[in-house]
Write a protein that binds this ligand. Structure first.
Ligand SMILES: [Fe+2]
Length: 293
């Protein structure tokens, strides 16, 4: 019997052009990745940023990422990370801030989309948001319009976590504050004050995590598909709930190691403690996130 579930795959931080010399997956590795993702028959693949390492400076890397995504052969929705579209002139010297309108950015030239992208998919609306510091592209206005138009539960995707994903080690102090300090608080306020938003999916931190932001809003971050931890999320959605499953992929199993972890277990630090669970999509649930105990 054909399932009436909607399937979304959430991948992040591909760094398809390699992060370091020992973190560059082969062409064959990426082909195997595309085959594996295709065989899961997703209705949509969502990519929460850092498709590349050098795309913010060199457009050819963004084209390389697009070629990979096209090769999966299914519909996809992409959000730029700081490596694809620098969020601020103040961030990092190796990321090229483009002080130009959205339409002229390298990311928009390659992916031809708005800073806020919305889709209706089965029982849910999916919104992807590209945020730069100060919101010069009007992404938050686009988000609010998309939220107002959404008839039911909404899944929002961006690059930066709304809150840190680990309480110890390097990730306890790494997140959005270094990238969009003036803009993320308003983004978070909008999501927290819109109860129909049930999931915020993100990347950036190269660590899988599941946590509650509010009783009705869960945050899920995905691993670093290319450089590690090579993890992604499978979401199976009905009108009642979204079941999530942590999936192993072709790249390195771990990204964070040794002195980064302040004594934490490397496997748990990279992969998180929650690997599967459910998020209720019906408004009657007072708490949306349920995980095995
Ligand atoms: Fe990032």
């Amino acid at each position: 019997m054909i399932s009436d579930e909607t399937t979304i795959i959430h991948i992040s931080d591909l760094h398809i052009d390699g992060l370091w010399s020992n973190r560059q997956m082969s062409t064959q590795g990426w082909q195997a990745m595309a085959d594996a993702l295709r065989r899961l028959h997703p209705d949509l693949v969502v990519v929460t940023g850092d498709l590349t390492t050098h795309g913010s400076c060199h457009i050819e890397h963004l084209y390389q990422a697009r070629e990979f995504l096209d090769s999966i052969g299914v519909d996809y929705l992409v959000i730029p990370g700081n490596h694809d579209l620098s969020p601020s002139a103040d961030v990092r010297a190796d990321e090229c801030y483009e002080n130009v309108p959205w339409e002229h950015t390298r990311f928009c030239q390659v992916f031809s989309q708005s800073p806020a992208v919305a889709r209706t998919l089965g029982p849910v609306s999916v919104i992807g948001l590209a945020l730069r510091e100060g919101d010069p592209d009007g992404a938050l206005t686009g988000l609010q319009s998309a939220l107002a138009a959404a008839p039911g539960p909404v899944l929002v995707f961006g690059h930066y976590p709304l809150r840190t994903v680990r309480t110890q080690g390097v990730l306890s102090a790494f997140g959005w504050t270094q990238y969009i300090p003036g803009t993320l608080p308003e983004f978070r306020r909008i999501l927290k004050s819109t109860p129909q938003v049930r999931l915020y999916g993100c990347g950036h931190v190269h660590a899988a995590s599941v946590m509650a932001i509010t009783p009705s809003l869960a945050q899920i971050s995905a691993g670093g598909l290319g450089p590690g931890p090579s993890q992604f999320w499978l979401y199976k959605i009905t009108s009642a709930d979204l079941a999530f499953f942590s999936m192993l992929a072709e790249g390195p199993p771990l990204f964070w190691n040794g002195e980064d972890l302040a004594g934490a277990d490397p496997c748990l630090y990279n992969w998180g403690e929650i690997r599967t669970g459910r998020i209720a999509l019906t408004p009657s649930h007072s708490s949306s996130l349920s995980v095995p105990h």
